[in-house]
Design a protein. Structure first.
Lengths: 171, 689
């Protein structure tokens, strides 16, 4: 094996191969730089980021000069071949978590995501409990008397009932 | 001279409203009708007083008296007169004064009503109004004085009401700052007053609720008196929100109408509790239930109105620390806390007296479904409140700033809104008291069938997006059941009264404005939902730089750039850059649009005005982003296609109609039922009923 590797012709072939690969690689990266990132590609990322200086303005629509430069920065990074995640990470590292449209799911921020569903479920639970309470025990004794009372006190019920009767009679 | 006069009047109105509150309080304690009457008259006096103060401010705004700091901040010589007038609410001090002025107007209107058997409410309504008014005028006097002037001493300019030290001289700048160009749009001229009308009108139901709690008259009298107030408040708040959305769509240049910005949410939160209240008050009137809950809702609405004003005015949103620096922030916060504590204490005191008069019988009854509706509204409120609060909490407790943006709100509120649509379809069909699956099923199956067919068709011809299809299903269900309600009612009348369809429909609606106005509002909400769904799910966009004669393509549209011109309007101190583009749909020429950018020299700000081609199908929305100033050869455009969005605006118009219809007084005090067949012909009997 060693001998074969040392053989001169083979070594030349290997060098040639390496050279070919390198030139090809160089060629492809060069052509990638030729096709600059489009505005749409830039905006797709900028849309997910928030302007670090203006309040609550997504970066893709922020009209300030600073934001225009940030969009250029995204374009540059895209041209360098950075991925979407890398670009976002770069912005977070430089300007803090506030550039993300949602806080990262870590530590204190979990509260952002957990409090509303917990409260809503608690509300739903309370409501269902109240229903069980209301519909279960006393309704039998109060029964029909209240039904009539409710019917009489509400003109609209009466109205609907008559409407319904009307409809039935028609058929 | 004018500034001192205006300030003086403001001080007098402050003293008057404080007097009014105390007089009403002592009037109750001493059972003195004349003291209460004196309080009422003092309360009435605040309106003309504040009108004079406002008149002085407007006079100075129109006449460019830049010596006054507020006039300097919000106007400039080049502004047209109508904008100088509306600049009144274009800045902090002025808008707080505007708030106070509206409140004085509403309180006057309410104290002028015939009190007769509700006279015991009067002093407490006056007290609540005068406390609120004292708060707002106080803020004007002590923190945000619209009459503050510029003084010059030793080359220094000091803003102060009166000469800060001996030797100081009044200083008058050459020209004012000018109103923020974003606020010079007609939408912005009407949007804040609408929102404020809505905000302030909610003070009245709250005042009556507190009066009911204090006096122990906890029946539904207070809700009946304030029903129309709540309705108008709700109308103005909704209009304010819609106009704000339209303004954002036309002026802010980001192709949308709602960005879940905390300022927007601040106005949206009282709307949520207000809408819940509108529904649950009906349960109290029909069934004598939920008295506690209605109290809680009206208290919450009032607190959220103040909180909303606080959020937008205190600077707390930009940073917790600027809140601490702003003098009005802590003052506001304290007032909200005070209101909540006092209201809660009163509510707890009266808790046992507010027990329900009837029992809940079925989970499918109208009142039960209304409770679910309330649960969903409260759910959306929780999401909104928490979304606004958590960035502040994060900054306060961890020191890091975070953004809670649209993805959070959309994910959390989407299912809740869907649930609301479902209830909107089902609840009007269910009966008060008792409903079963059978009774509901019998009335809903046809509409459900229509909804299934429409959904199936749209899945074949329009979209396979699951969320969109769920949305379409629910929207069709709402439309079908609601329209069917009109049809059933009219058909019954046609049969019984031998009327033709239109007479029947008009008489049917005329007999019960509240009910059918409500249905029109439901239909409008469904139409608006179509627009919201369209833009949220199907919006597409592209951006590109093109030379003259070249085009950009998006969806079925092609936008061809023709030319661009830039010129100065010296008088208005604005530079206009206007582009001309031809638009083609599927290759067919459909017209020309003129996206432009206005640059305001005095405030050095750009305003991007889109070119819009609006149809029922979609909205083609083109923004001029950039251009090459020298060669005029190329320009950058951002193009959006916003499908179905115009249904949002159409729905807003029908909504307005529905609400005015609902607020229109019924001819008869009681709803006149459709006459039965047996009583048909017996006109005297039916006239008596």
């Amino acid at each position: 094996m060693k001998k074969i590797l040392e053989s001169k012709t083979l070594r030349i072939t290997l060098y040639a191969l390496l050279f070919a690969v390198l030139t090809f690689a160089a060629y492809t990266t060069a052509s990638a730089q030729d096709t600059a990132p489009t505005d749409d590609e830039v905006n797709a990322i900028a849309k997910q980021l928030f302007c670090p200086v203006c309040e609550n303005t997504p970066l893709d629509v922020c009209p300030t000069e600073a934001c225009r430069q940030w969009r250029e920065l995204i374009r540059q990074m895209l041209a360098e071949g950075k991925t979407e995640q890398e670009i976002k990470d770069y912005f977070v590292a430089n300007y803090g978590a506030r550039v993300l449209s949602e806080p990262p799911r870590t530590g204190f921020n979990w509260l952002v995501y957990l409090v509303p569903p917990v409260l809503i479920l608690a509300g739903a639970f309370a409501l269902f409990n109240a229903f069980r309470e209301w519909t279960k025990p006393k309704s039998a004794e109060a029964g029909s008397g209240q039904d009539e009372e409710a019917g009489a006190s509400s003109d609209e019920d009466d109205y609907i009932q008559r409407l319904e009767e009307e409809l039935k009679n028609r058929k | 001279m004018f500034a001192e006069f205006g300030f003086g009047v403001l001080v007098i109105s402050f003293i008057t409203t404080i007097y009014s509150g105390f007089a009403a309080f002592y009037g109750v304690q001493k059972k003195s009708a004349s003291l209460v009457e004196s309080a009422r008259r003092a309360q009435l006096l605040t309106f003309p007083l504040l009108t004079i103060a406002a008149g002085v401010l407007i006079y100075m705004l129109v006449n460019s008296q830049f010596n006054v700091a507020f006039v300097y901040e919000v106007t400039s010589k080049s502004m047209p007169t109508y904008l100088k007038v509306t600049a009144w609410w274009g800045g902090q001090a002025g808008s707080l004064m505007f708030w106070a002025w509206l409140l004085a107007a509403f309180t006057s209107a309410v104290t002028l009503r015939k009190w007769d058997r509700d006279i015991e409410f009067l002093p407490w309504v006056i007290i609540v109004s005068s406390v609120t008014l004292t708060f707002f005028i106080g803020m004007n006097l002590f923190f945000e004085n619209p009459f503050t002037r510029f003084w010059q001493i030793n080359g220094q300019i000091i803003p102060s009401m009166f000469a800060p030290m001996a030797g100081a001289e009044l200083f008058t700048p050459q020209d004012g700052n000018g109103l923020n160009p974003l606020l010079r749009h007609p939408g912005m001229v009407i949007h804040p007053p609408m929102l404020y009308l809505g905000f302030v009108a909610y003070v009245i139901p709250y005042a009556f609720a507190i009066a009911a709690l204090v006096t122990g008259r906890t029946d539904d009298r207070w809700t009946r008196i304030t029903r129309r107030w709540s309705l108008w408040a709700w109308l103005f708040l909704t209009l304010g929100l819609v106009l704000g959305g339209r303004w954002a769509y036309d002026v802010l240049g980001w192709g949308g109408y709602w960005g879940w910005d905390p300022v927007e949410i601040a106005a949206f939160m009282p709307w949520l509790t207000g809408t819940a209240l509108l529904h649950s008050v009906m349960i109290q009137e029909k069934r004598g239930m939920l008295k506690h809950w209605n109290m809680i809702l009206v208290i919450l609405t009032y607190a959220l109105v103040i909180f909303g004003t606080f959020l937008t005015r205190s600077g707390v949103l930009s940073s917790v620390h600027s809140f601490a620096n702003s003098p009005i922030g802590p003052f506001f916060m304290g007032y909200v806390a005070l209101t909540l504590i006092v209201s809660a204490a009163l509510l707890i005191k009266r808790w046992p007296e507010l027990r329900a008069e009837t029992e809940m019988k079925s989970m499918l009854s109208r009142e039960a479904l209304f409770l679910f509706n309330n649960l969903l509204f409260m759910g959306i409120l929780v999401v909104c409140f928490w979304g606004v609060i958590s960035p502040l909490a994060s900054e306060l407790f961890t020191g890091t700033k975070i953004t809670v943006g649209p993805p959070y709100y959309e994910r959390a509120t989407g299912p809740l809104f869907a649930g609301l649509l479902f209830l909107m379809a089902v609840a009007p069909l269910s009966a008060w008291g008792l409903s079963t699956v059978q009774t509901l099923g019998r009335v809903i199956w046809k509409s459900a069938l229509v909804a299934v067919v429409v959904t199936a068709l749209s899945s074949i011809f329009y979209t396979q997006n699951v969320y969109a299809l769920i949305g379409f299903f629910l929207i069709t269900l709402v439309l079908a059941t609601t329209i069917n309600e009109f049809w059933r009612g009219a058909a019954a009348r046609m049969h019984a009264q031998k009327e033709n369809f239109f007479t029947a429909l008009i008489r049917l609606m005329g007999r019960n404005h509240r009910r059918y106005g409500g249905y029109i509002i439901h239909i409008s909400m469904a139409l608006m939902a179509i627009g919201i769904l369209g833009i949220e799910i199907f919006q597409v966009q592209t951006q590109g730089t093109v030379a003259a004669g070249e085009s950009l393509e998006l969806a079925e549209y092609r936008v061809e750039y023709r030319e661009l011109a830039s010129w100065d309007d010296r008088g208005a101190a604005v530079n206009y850059t206007r582009s001309v583009v031809d638009i083609y749909e599927n290759g067919v020429y459909i017209g020309q649009l003129y996206p432009r950018i206005d640059y305001y020299y005095d405030s050095q700000q750009n305003m991007t005005i889109p070119g819009q081609h609006a149809t029922l199908k979609d909205d083609l929305y083109i923004l001029l982003v950039d251009w090459q100033p020298v060669s005029n050869s190329g320009a950058t455009f951002k193009i959006y296609v916003n499908p179905l969005v115009n249904w949002l605006w159409i729905g807003s118009f029908t909504f307005l109609f529905g609400l005015i219809f609902a607020a229109w007084p019924d001819k008869d005090p009681a709803d006149e039922p459709v006459r039965r067949k047996v009583s048909h012909g017996n006109k005297q009997a039916s006239a008596a009923d």
